[in-house]
Design a protein around this ligand. Structure first.
Ligand code: GAR
Length: 195
């Protein structure tokens, strides 16, 4: 491992499939990074169990306890700065961040989204792909910018939409690609940050 590994925080809101995958990747040999903090904004998120069971340093910052986005983001900022974080990975983090927060972390905050951006920003991407009759779908890991689901693309992985696909089958096959795409994108970011 490099002498100064990149200190990573992961943001998540739900099941935590990408969280688990990133943790496994960061713990793998030859990845010059340490997971310093996982932050979750929802007390019912399944990923919290994984953090507790695996001694992952984590904080629940419940957004409902804050009067507005700026206050919530300030609480996150305090936690991230206390942990001396270099790079943030949003992994199924379903909360919009303020432009000020994203600008502060410009080029040091990345996100995964279940569509071939710039197509299908926002929610319900699998349903919208089916409704549009698209033949392809996929996932994107990108650097975050203040506008939702925008920013320079790091990795994109594509799948074919099959005639009998449902939202669930599409979600499962896109997730298979997410599990390849996010570690690839993280490695790209580590190479950039460690120059
Ligand atoms: C993933 O499919 C991720 O791409 C998506 O939420 C899911 C989280 O699942 N993110 C977004 O939609 C962000 N705009 P997970 O908690 O099991 O990793």
């Amino acid at each position: 491992m490099a002498s100064n590994p990149t200190r990573i925080a992961i943001l998540f809101s739900g099941t935590g499939t990408n969280l688990k995958n990133l943790v496994a990747h960061i713990l793998a040999e030859n990845v010059a990074a340490t997971l310093e903090l996982a932050i979750c904004n929802r007390p019912d998120a399944k990923g919290l169990e994984f953090c507790r069971d695996n001694n992952i340093p984590h904080e629940l910052i419940d957004h409902t306890n804050y009067s507005d986005r700026a206050e919530f983001d300030a609480a996150m900022q305090t936690a991230l700065q206390a942990a001396n974080i270099d790079l943030i990975c949003a992994a199924g983090f379903m909360r919009l961040l303020t432009p000020e927060f994203v600008r502060h972390w410009q080029d040091r905050i990345i996100n995964i989204h279940p569509s071939l951006l710039p197509a299908y920003k926002g929610l319900h991407t699998h349903r919208r792909v089916l409704e549009a009759g698209d033949k392809t779908h996929g996932c994107t890991v990108h650097m975050m910018r203040p506008e939702m689901d925008e920013g320079p693309i790091l990795v994109q992985r594509q799948i074919d939409v099959l005639p009998d696909d449902t939202e669930d089958t599409l979600a499962a096959r896109v997730m298979e690609q997410e599990l390849i795409a996010y570690p690839e994108a993280l490695d790209m970011m580590l190479a950039r940050l460690q120059g």
